[in-house]
Design a protein around this ligand. Structure first.
Ligand code: PAF
Length: 281
């Protein structure tokens, strides 16, 4: 695996692969890789000849009081995992390379509506940071396809709309969430959890599975959400939000909607966890 930090070297390799007629898949990450990330690389192999991954802890998507300084950086382990997954190139730019003028003077990309609620409301500016970095990385890597984990369901919707709205010739491939045996969605932020908190954290997905069962026969979505909110709190977490939504628009689901997504976020110890479940009625 080739590791490059600067844009010139990245572009030179991409140009060469393009001239050779190779199809390129891209897996953007913020590092601290787990099996969920590797499943993105495995999926990428099904769609392309060359796999590019990136590791960049993107300051633009973190709020002022968030965990950017504490965000786990495990580059050597990450590289070993990517080599094992047959990644061809790893791009590891510095913030100075990506944002040479600083964040205040950086042009940004913002996808309206879908960026506003849920994680967008709890983390103002987060999705602007995500769409801007993903747009920039797409322009640098120029992939044919890009893989994103469905754990970040709202993020996938934001990126899919950005690609559509800005006519980017890139196919977005959503990849199933990888879970621990307990049902806990794999996440880089799980490293903040103690052994005891990991047991508590599993109640987030357990409660969401309860919601997924309830919506099959109970149409009082507000009541179900309110109960689930309490169940997560009673398990020892602090619920940020839990909503039953239309899986396409992410608007609160109506009783007419057949394709639902349950979206939730909760604080457990030092970690803010998110998860979602798709339900077809
Ligand atoms: O999902 C992530 O790890 C990040 O939001 C992404 C897509 C790499 C952009 O920084």
């Amino acid at each position: 695996m080739q590791t490059v930090e600067n844009i010139q070297e990245l572009r030179a390799q991409i140009t060469q692969w393009r001239q050779q007629g190779f199809k390129i898949a891209f897996v953007p990450t913020m590092g601290n890789l787990h099996d969920g990330h590797i499943s993105l690389v495995d999926e990428a192999h099904k769609h392309a000849d060359k796999i590019v991954a990136s590791i960049f802890v993107n300051p633009m998507q973190f709020g002022a009081n968030e965990d950017i300084d504490k965000y786990p950086r495990t580059l050597e382990d990450d590289k070993a995992r990517l080599v094992q997954a047959n990644t061809d190139l790893l791009f590891t730019p510095t913030p100075e390379i990506i944002y040479p003028k600083g964040l205040d003077k950086q042009t940004f990309v913002e996808v309206p509506d879908v960026s506003d609620g849920y994680c967008g409301e709890s983390r103002p500016g987060h999705f602007r940071g995500v769409s801007t970095i993903v747009c920039k990385l797409f322009n640098l890597v120029q992939p044919d396809v890009a893989c994103f984990g469905l754990k970040d369901y709202q993020q996938v919707q934001v990126i899919q709309l950005m690609v559509e709205d800005l006519s980017m010739p890139i196919e977005i491939i959503p990849v199933e969430t990888k879970r621990e045996a307990s049902g806990l969605a794999m996440s880089s932020r799980n490293t903040y959890l103690t052994a005891e908190e990991k047991i508590i954290a599993a109640h987030l997905n357990k409660t969401m599975r309860w919601v997924a069962e309830q919506v099959q026969f109970n149409k009082d979505y507000n009541d179900i959400s309110a109960k689930a909110y309490e169940m997560i709190n009673n398990a020892g977490m602090k619920t940020d939000y839990l909503h039953i939504c239309n899986s396409k628009t992410l608007n609160p689901a109506t009783t007419e909607d057949k394709q639902l997504v349950i979206l939730a976020a909760a604080h457990c110890g030092k970690a803010r966890l998110i998860d979602n479940i798709l339900v077809n009625l």
